[in-house]
Design a protein around this ligand. Structure first.
Ligand code: NG6
Ligand code: CA
Length: 507
């Protein structure tokens, strides 16, 4: 009897599970699956302290605050890298950027960084019945390395899950300075073809280096190749005069495309990746915003982006979509002031702190490199609140998959859908951070930065990179600003952090 009893209990338990358990699980699944419209609004180089709701800086960003105060504001939300292309790659694929050796800051002629066979958020959502689009900055490479900009450029966004794409190829400071719609350069005239090179100039074409008299914006470091609209860029470009964008109109232009997509797709679930270009250099606010921040063009373009966000949210409301749309707002990496042009970002900063209470900035392994504004907003579904759960942008793929009933997932990402929707406070236990191919390890309240060669400070941009000859170990619960290296004082912690780090990252 003594042995039979547990078997019997098990049998009953199994019966109960089969008759009720499974049914409950099924019901639960169906009630939990939600297919709201999903919009990821992604900023370029916006710092933790640039959003006033984060209570760290001096800028006023009412529309970003509207999301933060009406949704879930994450205080430990991370981009996957301290630079753009790797972060974006990780956001799209849910895969750590350091797993892809090509995930570095890309030239405007770099091939597509995402494999066409890789899982991406738009691919996954498309399979769940979503209409998908990207509007704005791409910077994940295009083509196979031999791009002819006068033909349809592919593979690109349309080959990795986006039904519709309206993008700039790389960055605002890189050629080609044109928009592409579904792979086709817009406004291109056949008798004025485009040629692009990152190796050498085209004969007779002026450059920022040789023709300072043609410049309306002066370069500080880099950015001295082809001149477009008086602004010297990275890379050389010839032709395509009619196709060239107007820098000051870019924000309005992308906003129009983002709004049009939403209006068109209002009757079916849609996914929009709206990647704004602000406040990356060159900072070219529309005249409406010039001088508005008192902080020079960097502040002005953040106000411009804030306005765009407000207009976009108004469109959702006008279309009756606000209560059926999950909006996720974040940034690709931390802030930088002087990123290569004399644009008074340093001189006019005043008391503003784009990095908030954090150390470092763009390019840095310190917190300000990757800890960014991170907000989820869904009117009527997400209760306003603040979360200190650790969440990374690599978790979005798995979280959105689980929310929409897709079984697909990446192996680096986690399903934090409940946390994203404010229904749980569970975050990641640990996370590998990346900055210009170097990596660091976050776990609990701790961060470990292994020794790296290289300068402690990038003098051009005046940012501490996180390089040191020894290990760095910080307890962020007591030392958010990473001032006290505890590596020597706490060898046990150092050892266990290192072991956990190596287990994920490899030697
Ligand atoms: C750097 C550029 C910087 C910026 C960055 C990419 C120089 C000297 N600096 O190489 O201005 O364009 O690349 O920024 O060229 S990111 O946000 O797209 O990663
Ligand atoms: Ca960036």
């Amino acid at each position: 009897m003594a042995r039979l009893y547990p078997v019997f209990t098990l049998f009953i338990a199994l019966l109960l599970f089969v008759s009720f358990g499974c049914g409950t699980a099924e019901n639960k699944e169906t009630t939990d699956i939600q297919k709201p419209n999903i919009v990821i609004i992604y900023m370029d180089d916006l710092g933790y302290g640039d959003v006033s709701a984060y209570e760290a800086g001096r800028l006023e960003t009412p529309n970003m605050d509207f999301l933060a105060n009406g949704g879930m504001k994450f205080t430990k939300g991370y981009a996957s890298s301290a630079t753009c292309s790797p972060s974006r790659y990780a956001l799209m694929t849910g895969t750590y950027p350091w797993r892809n050796k090509d995930a570095k800051i890309l030239a405007g002629t770099a091939p597509l960084l995402i494999g066409t066979d890789e899982l991406t958020i738009p691919k996954m959502l498309k399979r769940q019945g979503y209409a998908t689009a990207v509007v704005g900055k791409w910077h994940m490479g295009l083509g196979d390395g031999q791009v002819d900009w006068n033909e349809r450029v592919s593979p690109g966004p349309n080959e990795v899950g986006f039904d519709y794409s309206y993008i700039m190829a790389a960055t605002q400071d890189r050629v080609p300075t044109v928009y592409l719609e579904n792979g086709l350069v817009q406004g291109l005239e056949p008798d004025d073809p485009i040629a692009v090179s990152y190796q050498e100039n085209f004969e007779g074409e002026p450059t920022g280096k040789d023709n300072p008299e043609l410049l309306t914006l002066k370069w500080h470091h880099g950015h001295n190749n082809s001149i477009v609209n008086g602004i010297p860029r990275i890379g050389f470009m010839k032709g395509g005069e009619k196709a060239k964008w107007v820098d000051e109109d870019m924000a309005d232009h992308f906003l129009d495309k983002a709004k049009a997509f939403v209006q068109e797709e209002r009757n079916e679930p849609f996914f929009l990746y709206y990647a704004m270009q602000q406040p990356h250099v060159p900072r070219t606010p529309h005249p409406r915003f010039e001088g508005k921040s008192g902080m020079g063009p960097r502040g002005d373009v953040i106000l411009e982006a804030d306005w765009c966000l407000g207009e976009f949210m108004n469109t959702l409301e006008e279309e009756g979509l606000l209560e059926n749309t999950l909006v996720i707002f974040s940034s690709d990496n931390g802030p930088v002031l002087n990123d290569g042009y004399y644009d008074e970002a340093v001189e006019k900063l005043g008391e503003h702190t784009p990095w908030g209470p954090l150390r470092g900035g763009k390019y840095s392994l310190y917190e300000a490199g990757t800890r960014v504004p991170f907000i989820s907003y869904w009117k009527g579904t997400i209760e306003p609140g603040e979360s200190d759960a650790m969440i990374s942008q690599i978790d979005l793929l798995n979280s959105l998959a689980s929310m929409t009933g897709s079984g697909e997932k990446s192996s680096d990402g986690q399903d934090l859908s409940a946390t994203l929707l404010g229904k749980a406070d569970k975050g990641r236990e640990s996370l590998v951070l990346e900055a210009t191919t170097r990596t660091a390890f976050r776990k609990g309240n701790w961060v470990l930065i292994p020794p790296y060669k290289g300068p402690a400070v990038n003098q051009n941009v005046n940012i501490e990179l996180g390089n040191d000859t020894g290990f760095q170990l910080y307890d962020l619960s007591r030392d958010l600003g990473q001032q006290q290296n505890l590596a020597e004082e706490n060898p046990e912690k150092l050892k266990s952090m290192l072991a956990d780090f190596i287990a994920i990252r490899g030697e």
